[in-house]
Design a protein around this ligand. Structure first.
Ligand SMILES: NC(=O)c1ccc[n+]([C@@H]2O[C@H](COP(=O)([O-])OP(=O)(O)OC[C@H]3O[C@@H](n4cnc5c(N)ncnc54)[C@H](OP(=O)(O)O)[C@@H]3O)[C@@H](O)[C@H]2O)c1
Length: 260
Protein backbone atom coordinates (compact mmCIF):
# COMPACT_ATOMS: atom_id res chain seq x y z
CA UNK A 1 0.00 0.00 0.00
CA UNK A 2 2.76 2.45 1.02
CA UNK A 3 4.74 1.74 -2.20
CA UNK A 4 1.71 1.94 -4.50
CA UNK A 5 1.60 5.12 -6.59
CA UNK A 6 -1.09 7.59 -5.54
CA UNK A 7 -2.61 7.57 -9.04
CA UNK A 8 -2.87 4.91 -11.73
CA UNK A 9 0.25 5.32 -13.92
CA UNK A 10 -0.60 6.32 -17.50
CA UNK A 11 1.24 3.83 -19.71
CA UNK A 12 -0.30 4.12 -23.15
CA UNK A 13 -0.74 7.67 -24.41
CA UNK A 14 -2.23 6.52 -27.71
CA UNK A 15 -5.27 5.34 -25.74
CA UNK A 16 -5.50 8.58 -23.77
CA UNK A 17 -7.85 11.48 -24.58
CA UNK A 18 -6.69 14.68 -22.98
CA UNK A 19 -8.23 18.14 -22.61
CA UNK A 20 -5.68 20.86 -21.84
CA UNK A 21 -7.12 24.19 -20.63
CA UNK A 22 -4.73 27.16 -20.83
CA UNK A 23 -2.73 25.65 -23.65
CA UNK A 24 -2.26 28.37 -26.29
CA UNK A 25 1.26 29.13 -25.09
CA UNK A 26 3.97 28.18 -22.60
CA UNK A 27 3.72 25.00 -20.54
CA UNK A 28 0.22 24.04 -21.74
CA UNK A 29 1.17 24.34 -25.42
CA UNK A 30 4.41 22.39 -24.93
CA UNK A 31 2.57 19.68 -22.99
CA UNK A 32 -0.02 19.44 -25.77
CA UNK A 33 2.69 18.93 -28.39
CA UNK A 34 4.55 16.44 -26.21
CA UNK A 35 1.41 14.35 -25.66
CA UNK A 36 0.39 14.64 -29.31
CA UNK A 37 3.81 13.31 -30.30
CA UNK A 38 3.19 10.35 -27.97
CA UNK A 39 -0.04 9.61 -29.84
CA UNK A 40 -2.54 11.02 -27.34
CA UNK A 41 -5.75 12.59 -28.65
CA UNK A 42 -5.73 16.15 -27.41
CA UNK A 43 -8.02 19.18 -27.35
CA UNK A 44 -6.36 22.47 -26.44
CA UNK A 45 -8.34 25.37 -25.00
CA UNK A 46 -7.66 29.03 -24.24
CA UNK A 47 -9.09 32.30 -25.57
CA UNK A 48 -6.86 32.84 -28.65
CA UNK A 49 -8.26 30.62 -31.39
CA UNK A 50 -5.57 31.31 -34.01
CA UNK A 51 -2.78 30.60 -31.53
CA UNK A 52 -4.47 27.35 -30.52
CA UNK A 53 -4.59 26.32 -34.18
CA UNK A 54 -0.82 26.84 -34.36
CA UNK A 55 -0.27 24.57 -31.34
CA UNK A 56 -1.93 21.56 -32.95
CA UNK A 57 -0.90 22.32 -36.56
CA UNK A 58 0.51 19.20 -38.19
CA UNK A 59 -1.04 16.82 -35.65
CA UNK A 60 -4.12 14.97 -36.97
CA UNK A 61 -4.80 13.88 -33.37
CA UNK A 62 -4.94 17.51 -32.17
CA UNK A 63 -8.06 19.69 -31.92
CA UNK A 64 -8.99 23.05 -30.49
CA UNK A 65 -11.86 24.52 -28.51
CA UNK A 66 -11.48 28.24 -27.79
CA UNK A 67 -13.26 29.63 -24.75
CA UNK A 68 -12.80 31.95 -21.79
CA UNK A 69 -12.58 30.06 -18.48
CA UNK A 70 -13.97 33.11 -16.68
CA UNK A 71 -17.35 32.64 -18.38
CA UNK A 72 -19.10 30.15 -16.09
CA UNK A 73 -21.86 29.41 -18.62
CA UNK A 74 -19.26 28.35 -21.22
CA UNK A 75 -17.84 25.46 -19.16
CA UNK A 76 -20.72 22.96 -19.71
CA UNK A 77 -20.76 23.89 -23.41
CA UNK A 78 -17.01 23.39 -23.67
CA UNK A 79 -17.17 20.03 -21.86
CA UNK A 80 -19.94 18.77 -24.16
CA UNK A 81 -18.09 19.88 -27.29
CA UNK A 82 -14.73 18.48 -26.22
CA UNK A 83 -16.35 15.17 -25.30
CA UNK A 84 -17.99 15.07 -28.70
CA UNK A 85 -14.64 15.61 -30.43
CA UNK A 86 -12.70 13.11 -28.30
CA UNK A 87 -15.50 10.59 -27.70
CA UNK A 88 -14.43 10.39 -24.05
CA UNK A 89 -12.14 12.48 -21.82
CA UNK A 90 -9.61 10.56 -19.73
CA UNK A 91 -7.59 13.47 -18.39
CA UNK A 92 -8.22 17.21 -17.97
CA UNK A 93 -5.31 19.55 -17.24
CA UNK A 94 -6.27 22.97 -15.86
CA UNK A 95 -3.57 25.62 -16.25
CA UNK A 96 -5.08 28.97 -17.24
CA UNK A 97 -3.57 31.63 -14.99
CA UNK A 98 -2.04 35.08 -14.76
CA UNK A 99 1.00 36.29 -12.87
CA UNK A 100 1.10 39.74 -11.34
CA UNK A 101 4.23 40.39 -9.29
CA UNK A 102 3.39 42.75 -6.44
CA UNK A 103 5.19 44.02 -3.35
CA UNK A 104 3.41 44.40 -0.01
CA UNK A 105 3.57 48.20 -0.23
CA UNK A 106 2.14 48.35 -3.77
CA UNK A 107 -1.15 46.44 -3.52
CA UNK A 108 -3.29 47.01 -6.58
CA UNK A 109 -6.80 45.83 -5.78
CA UNK A 110 -7.97 45.48 -9.38
CA UNK A 111 -5.08 43.13 -10.09
CA UNK A 112 -5.67 41.18 -6.89
CA UNK A 113 -9.29 40.63 -7.90
CA UNK A 114 -8.43 39.68 -11.49
CA UNK A 115 -5.78 37.21 -10.28
CA UNK A 116 -8.08 35.49 -7.82
CA UNK A 117 -10.89 35.37 -10.37
CA UNK A 118 -8.74 33.68 -13.00
CA UNK A 119 -6.29 31.61 -10.93
CA UNK A 120 -8.73 30.43 -8.25
CA UNK A 121 -12.41 31.15 -8.93
CA UNK A 122 -12.29 29.91 -12.53
CA UNK A 123 -10.84 26.63 -11.22
CA UNK A 124 -13.88 26.14 -8.97
CA UNK A 125 -16.12 27.09 -11.89
CA UNK A 126 -14.45 24.48 -14.06
CA UNK A 127 -14.51 21.84 -11.33
CA UNK A 128 -18.20 22.50 -10.74
CA UNK A 129 -18.79 21.25 -14.29
CA UNK A 130 -16.00 18.68 -14.44
CA UNK A 131 -16.28 16.74 -11.17
CA UNK A 132 -19.70 15.19 -11.93
CA UNK A 133 -18.29 14.12 -15.32
CA UNK A 134 -15.14 12.66 -13.74
CA UNK A 135 -17.23 10.67 -11.27
CA UNK A 136 -19.42 9.09 -13.94
CA UNK A 137 -16.80 6.49 -14.94
CA UNK A 138 -13.67 5.13 -13.21
CA UNK A 139 -10.14 6.00 -14.35
CA UNK A 140 -10.73 9.57 -15.35
CA UNK A 141 -8.33 12.20 -14.04
CA UNK A 142 -7.85 15.90 -13.40
CA UNK A 143 -4.58 17.81 -13.01
CA UNK A 144 -4.28 21.31 -11.59
CA UNK A 145 -1.28 23.47 -12.39
CA UNK A 146 -0.26 25.29 -9.23
CA UNK A 147 3.35 26.42 -8.60
CA UNK A 148 6.17 25.84 -6.15
CA UNK A 149 5.54 29.49 -5.16
CA UNK A 150 2.51 28.09 -3.32
CA UNK A 151 4.82 26.33 -0.83
CA UNK A 152 5.70 29.46 1.15
CA UNK A 153 5.44 33.25 1.04
CA UNK A 154 8.04 34.68 -1.35
CA UNK A 155 9.03 38.22 -2.35
CA UNK A 156 6.72 39.84 -4.98
CA UNK A 157 4.43 36.79 -4.87
CA UNK A 158 1.85 38.05 -2.36
CA UNK A 159 -0.92 37.72 -4.95
CA UNK A 160 0.24 35.01 -7.35
CA UNK A 161 1.81 32.83 -4.63
CA UNK A 162 -1.31 33.08 -2.49
CA UNK A 163 -3.56 32.01 -5.39
CA UNK A 164 -1.26 29.04 -6.02
CA UNK A 165 -1.23 28.10 -2.32
CA UNK A 166 -5.03 28.02 -2.54
CA UNK A 167 -4.79 25.61 -5.49
CA UNK A 168 -2.42 23.34 -3.57
CA UNK A 169 -4.89 23.10 -0.71
CA UNK A 170 -7.87 22.63 -3.03
CA UNK A 171 -6.11 19.89 -5.02
CA UNK A 172 -5.19 18.03 -1.83
CA UNK A 173 -8.85 18.00 -0.87
CA UNK A 174 -9.81 16.89 -4.37
CA UNK A 175 -7.41 13.96 -4.07
CA UNK A 176 -8.65 13.07 -0.61
CA UNK A 177 -12.28 13.00 -1.71
CA UNK A 178 -12.12 11.87 -5.35
CA UNK A 179 -9.31 9.28 -5.38
CA UNK A 180 -11.36 6.77 -3.32
CA UNK A 181 -14.06 7.16 -5.97
CA UNK A 182 -11.67 6.18 -8.78
CA UNK A 183 -10.60 9.62 -10.03
CA UNK A 184 -6.88 10.39 -10.50
CA UNK A 185 -5.96 13.82 -9.15
CA UNK A 186 -2.61 15.51 -9.86
CA UNK A 187 -1.01 18.62 -8.39
CA UNK A 188 1.49 20.08 -10.85
CA UNK A 189 4.03 22.40 -9.22
CA UNK A 190 6.44 23.94 -11.73
CA UNK A 191 9.47 26.01 -10.75
CA UNK A 192 10.61 28.74 -13.16
CA UNK A 193 9.80 28.01 -16.80
CA UNK A 194 10.68 30.32 -19.72
CA UNK A 195 7.22 31.26 -21.04
CA UNK A 196 5.33 34.48 -21.87
CA UNK A 197 4.29 34.50 -18.19
CA UNK A 198 7.84 34.91 -16.89
CA UNK A 199 9.17 36.97 -19.83
CA UNK A 200 8.97 40.26 -17.89
CA UNK A 201 10.81 38.96 -14.81
CA UNK A 202 13.84 41.18 -14.26
CA UNK A 203 15.47 38.94 -11.63
CA UNK A 204 17.55 35.79 -11.88
CA UNK A 205 15.24 32.78 -12.15
CA UNK A 206 17.08 29.83 -10.60
CA UNK A 207 16.99 26.48 -12.45
CA UNK A 208 15.00 28.01 -15.32
CA UNK A 209 13.55 25.31 -17.60
CA UNK A 210 12.25 25.36 -21.15
CA UNK A 211 8.53 24.63 -21.67
CA UNK A 212 9.57 21.41 -23.45
CA UNK A 213 11.51 20.26 -20.35
CA UNK A 214 8.51 21.16 -18.20
CA UNK A 215 6.24 19.13 -20.50
CA UNK A 216 8.54 16.10 -20.26
CA UNK A 217 8.59 16.37 -16.46
CA UNK A 218 4.79 16.52 -16.36
CA UNK A 219 4.42 13.53 -18.68
CA UNK A 220 6.94 11.56 -16.59
CA UNK A 221 4.89 12.36 -13.49
CA UNK A 222 1.69 11.08 -15.11
CA UNK A 223 3.52 7.92 -16.23
CA UNK A 224 4.70 7.30 -12.64
CA UNK A 225 1.26 7.91 -11.18
CA UNK A 226 2.50 10.72 -8.92
CA UNK A 227 0.12 12.98 -7.04
CA UNK A 228 2.51 15.92 -6.88
CA UNK A 229 4.47 16.55 -10.06
CA UNK A 230 7.07 19.12 -9.01
CA UNK A 231 10.07 20.24 -11.04
CA UNK A 232 12.92 20.89 -11.46
CA UNK A 233 13.56 18.27 -8.82
CA UNK A 234 16.45 19.89 -6.92
CA UNK A 235 14.94 23.38 -6.73
CA UNK A 236 11.44 22.13 -5.91
CA UNK A 237 12.75 19.79 -3.19
CA UNK A 238 14.88 22.46 -1.53
CA UNK A 239 12.02 24.99 -1.51
CA UNK A 240 9.69 22.34 -0.07
CA UNK A 241 12.18 21.68 2.74
CA UNK A 242 12.65 25.38 3.40
CA UNK A 243 8.86 25.74 3.62
CA UNK A 244 8.80 23.17 6.44
CA UNK A 245 11.48 24.89 8.55
CA UNK A 246 10.59 26.92 11.65
CA UNK A 247 9.80 30.50 10.61
CA UNK A 248 12.93 32.00 12.17
CA UNK A 249 15.17 29.80 10.04
CA UNK A 250 12.87 29.88 7.01
CA UNK A 251 12.76 33.69 6.71
CA UNK A 252 16.53 33.96 7.25
CA UNK A 253 17.19 31.39 4.52
CA UNK A 254 14.68 32.91 2.08
CA UNK A 255 16.28 36.36 2.47
CA UNK A 256 19.61 34.79 1.59
CA UNK A 257 18.21 32.73 -1.30
CA UNK A 258 16.35 35.65 -2.90
CA UNK A 259 18.78 38.47 -2.00
CA UNK A 260 15.75 40.45 -0.79
N1 LIG B 1 6.17 29.85 -16.26
C1 LIG B 1 6.47 29.57 -15.02
O1 LIG B 1 7.60 29.80 -14.54
C2 LIG B 1 5.45 28.91 -14.14
C3 LIG B 1 5.86 28.50 -12.86
C4 LIG B 1 4.93 27.91 -12.02
C5 LIG B 1 3.63 27.70 -12.45
N2 LIG B 1 3.27 28.12 -13.70
C6 LIG B 1 1.87 27.89 -14.07
O2 LIG B 1 1.83 27.17 -15.29
C7 LIG B 1 0.61 27.48 -15.99
C8 LIG B 1 0.93 27.88 -17.41
O3 LIG B 1 1.71 29.07 -17.35
P1 LIG B 1 2.74 29.49 -18.49
O4 LIG B 1 3.97 29.90 -17.82
O5 LIG B 1 2.76 28.48 -19.54
O6 LIG B 1 2.04 30.86 -18.97
P2 LIG B 1 1.38 31.34 -20.33
O7 LIG B 1 2.21 30.96 -21.51
O8 LIG B 1 1.07 32.77 -20.10
O9 LIG B 1 0.02 30.48 -20.38
C9 LIG B 1 -1.14 30.87 -19.75
C10 LIG B 1 -2.30 30.25 -20.51
O10 LIG B 1 -3.52 30.59 -19.87
C11 LIG B 1 -4.45 30.97 -20.87
N3 LIG B 1 -5.47 31.86 -20.33
C12 LIG B 1 -5.29 33.02 -19.66
N4 LIG B 1 -6.48 33.58 -19.36
C13 LIG B 1 -7.43 32.73 -19.84
C14 LIG B 1 -8.84 32.76 -19.85
N5 LIG B 1 -9.53 33.77 -19.29
N6 LIG B 1 -9.51 31.74 -20.45
C15 LIG B 1 -8.84 30.71 -21.03
N7 LIG B 1 -7.49 30.63 -21.04
C16 LIG B 1 -6.80 31.63 -20.46
C17 LIG B 1 -3.59 31.68 -21.92
O11 LIG B 1 -4.20 31.67 -23.19
P3 LIG B 1 -5.06 32.87 -23.86
O12 LIG B 1 -4.37 34.14 -23.55
O13 LIG B 1 -5.06 32.48 -25.31
O14 LIG B 1 -6.43 32.77 -23.26
C18 LIG B 1 -2.39 30.74 -21.94
O15 LIG B 1 -2.66 29.65 -22.79
C19 LIG B 1 -0.05 28.58 -15.16
O16 LIG B 1 -1.01 28.00 -14.29
C20 LIG B 1 1.09 29.15 -14.37
O17 LIG B 1 0.65 29.78 -13.19
C21 LIG B 1 4.13 28.72 -14.55
Amino acid sequence: MIFKPLNTPIKDWSACRVWLVGASSGIGAALAQDLLAQGAHVVVSARREETLKGVVAGYPNGHIHAFDVMQAADWPIALAQVEQVLGEIDLVVLGAARYDPQRSWEIDLATVQASYELNVISMYTGLHTLVPYLLKKPNRGVAIISSISGYTGLPRAMVYGATKAALKNLTETLYFELAPKGVSVYLINPGFVKTPMTAANDFHMPSLMTPEQAAQAIRAGFEKGLFEIAFPKGFATSLRWVAHLPYKLRFWLLHRMTNM
